[in-house]
Design a protein around this ligand. Sequence first.
Ligand code: UT7
Length: 327
Amino acid sequence: MKLLKSLAGSQVIGFGHYQPANQMTNHDIAKMVDTTDKWIQSRTGIVTRHIAEQTETVADMAAAAGAHALTDASVDINLVDLIIVATTTAADRTPNTAGRVAQALGALSPAIMDINTACSGFCHALAIADSAIRTGSATVALIIASEKLSAVTDWTDRGTCILTADGAGAVIATASDTPRISSVSWGSDNRMTDTVRIQAPGNRFEQDGQTVFRWAISDAAKHANRTIEQAGYTLDDIDVLAVHQANLRIIEPLAKRLGLEHKIVLTDVSDSGNTSAASIPLGLSKWWHNGKIPADALTLLFGFGGGFAYAGQLIRTPARTPHHSNQ
Ligand code: UT7
């Protein structure tokens, strides 16, 4: 067997996102369950979220985010030879969501795969794409995370229906002479396997909120630190912190614990709710396109949740070329 081809690295060259038009505010939720805007904001930081139409699928949202990323990167769909979709809410077992995206966007014959590691799905998917590019198995990868949590939400449970939302985020990755996506740091915690659940037969989203909350405040910082160390950087080098958008009361203390509270801290959860795997690329893309995230910014991604799986890596945001003007 010949040695594996090994390229220097890979890079993110474009961001895309999609959110359904329909917004649901905390006041709307207070009409359905016994809660208040004040309680939701003080415990989660969430103000509003987007909810898909009944007919709008995970694949529809994924394709829309993917199309946006292709436009942002000025990449023709014919060049894409790998599509990975991270999702935990796809209704169908097969064809997978990536296949539906390939069909919707008219891709030629890309490798197509879905991965399910819940809220850490995007970081896992990006890691697989990075490896595929570096070993020569892919040249242009479309990495998407898309979720329709509204379809698995118990709209009578005030403990969970205040959190969940729908949306999708995407990036395009290609080869790079210097690595602009670090190797992934990933793992799982089997003490926490059953803390976040969407289980048969009911397939309703349930979680032990307090347990997840405690893990996120304590263990997440340890693993995020390991991600930075493994990539050969220090906390001082980080420009942007983009962790899973579960709850502002997790994101802010985590940023503080890492000593990154004065850097750019992604807090899209306020406007988007918790969109599981989609939350990191969705928020990053929104902030990239509205100019809140600069070019060439060393960005720490860290996802955690159902499984109980976690994963993180560093990326450098692309240069801002004319087609990267704010959209
Ligand atoms: O993405 C997957 C990973 N998941 C997460 O990261 C979620 C992490 N956890 C959390 O974000 C928080 O645990 C929640 C926001 C889900 C809940 O906040 P909490 O501070 O942990 O509340 P709790 O469940 O301990 O409930 C405290 C009280 C209870 O009342 P009593 O028993 O003290 O009288 C609840 O019944 O708040 C009550 N409560 C509410 N009250 C008004 C629970 N939900 C609501 C509500 N409105 N929506």
